[in-house]
Write a protein that binds this ligand. Sequence first.
Ligand SMILES: [Zn+2]
Length: 194
Amino acid sequence: MLSSLPGVGPKTAMRLGLNLLSRPASDATQLAEALISLHQQVGFCDVCGCFAEQGRCQFCDDGKRDASTVCLVEQPVDVLMMERGQGYRGSYHVLHGRLSPIDGMGPDQLNMAALDKRITNHEQASVTELILATSATVDGEATAHYLANRYQSCDVKVSRIARGVPEGGELEYLDEHTLSRAMDQRILWDQTGL
Ligand SMILES: [Zn+2]
């Protein structure tokens, strides 16, 4: 079971299992209880689909965040990664996957109806910008294209996160696609904030 978790191979799984066996039984009980309560206490936000202990997540509940800007990501964990950057103060929307016809993932399998509601329902705080932060994979790009088309006629600005040279990155170690995309998405010096 442990070896089915990401980043845990059979050897690590065995090491973890043996370690738990060598500890007092109460440690294993405590871990088991924590795992059980994980599913009982943590669910998904009614509005954005991010992790939430009750109906709405901490981001949707935070009145200081800009609800009119929505950053769209594939998985709840992507929200945590975005928050590590500490620069974004808008809200989120989690798709819970990306379009992938081969895997049977179409628009109906994703958290898209809730996004439609947020974008087209002008009675609530209206969404003025949708930032597509899907992954830089073939399926992630296809999903971004699909969403840009889906909301083309709506009164919302659709943007895509830029890609390029990572912080501290040397050009010689970049792959040609990243470098070429960085050239395509170059910005004026005045807008770099440097
Ligand atoms: Zn939320």
